[in-house]
Design a protein around this ligand. Structure first.
Ligand code: HEC
Length: 216
């Protein structure tokens, strides 16, 4: 009985302490400071374990069709490069300010399975800048990006990437958006625009809407 009372008292003390610390304003939230060692470790370990566990039950479709990869590079260039960077491509000004910084996906592709890449892309990662792309894209648009990242990206240098991107005109729903709309990329999904442009030989698709080189 006495142990039970002591346990209840400690529980109340713990709840009050958590409330006091949370509302004191002392927990650091600035993105330009690092997490303390233990907090960073907990978050990273939890993310890796969670993604691995949830990706285990995903059925991965065939990913080695060249058409799929061509659609994937266009979408990767329009949707991912701003934060993650790419071969010969710097992160955008917004991407450089993220904490945690978005990792180089060529390296990620060598460490994670396609199912894990798909899971993170589709669902996002809470409390980081990684968006849930399921909010705006269905599986038909997401698997090509995963296929490109997982099967092609690790082998591309900047020249290879530029050449593949040029050859991808007309593939994928972001064809024609290249280089743009990477900072948030919310409004460009009224499908069609990019593709129409890409099909029109008079319009140099990869040079339209290029905000990626804009620096302050
Ligand atoms: C607005 C910025 C932003 C955009 C745009 C973005 N990401 Fe991310 N992404 C992040 C951040 C930040 C992380 C790191 C999260 C972490 O470390 O916990 C991340 C993590 C990931 C991971 C997990 C990496 C790992 O180590 O397991 C994958 C996979 C990923 N992103 C894929 C994509 C793909 C594919 C796209 C484009 C469709 C994309 N991201 C677009 C910010 C972004």
């Amino acid at each position: 009985m006495i142990y039970l009372k002591a346990a209840v008292v400690w529980l109340i003390v713990a709840v009050v302490a958590v409330f006091a610390v949370s509302s004191s304003g002392m927990i650091e939230v600035a993105a330009n400071r690092e997490h303390s060692g233990p907090v960073g470790w907990i978050l990273e370990t939890a993310r890796e374990a969670s993604v691995e566990r949830q990706a285990a039950s995903i059925d991965v479709p065939e990913l080695d069709s060249p058409d799929m990869q061509l659609a994937g590079i266009n979408d990767f260039d329009a949707m991912c490069v701003g934060c993650h960077g790419g071969p010969g491509k710097e992160r955008s000004s917004a991407g450089r300010g993220l904490n945690p910084i978005a990792p180089d996906l060529a390296t990620v592709a060598t460490e994670r399975t396609a199912a894990e890449i798909y899971w993170a892309t589709r669902n996002g990662i809470r409390m980081t800048g990684m968006p849930a792309w399921s909010a705006s894209h269905d599986d038909q648009s997401l698997w090509p990006v995963v296929s490109f990242i997982s099967m092609r990206l690790p082998d591309l240098d900047s020249a290879g990437y530029a050449a593949m991107l040029e050859g991808a005109t007309g593939h994928g729903h972001h064809s024609g958006d290249s280089g743009g709309h990477t900072e948030g990329d919310g409004e460009s999904h009224e499908h069609g625009n990019g593709a129409d442009q890409a099909n029109d030989p008079a319009v140099p698709a990869t040079e339209e809407h290029d905000h990626s080189t804009h620096e302050h």
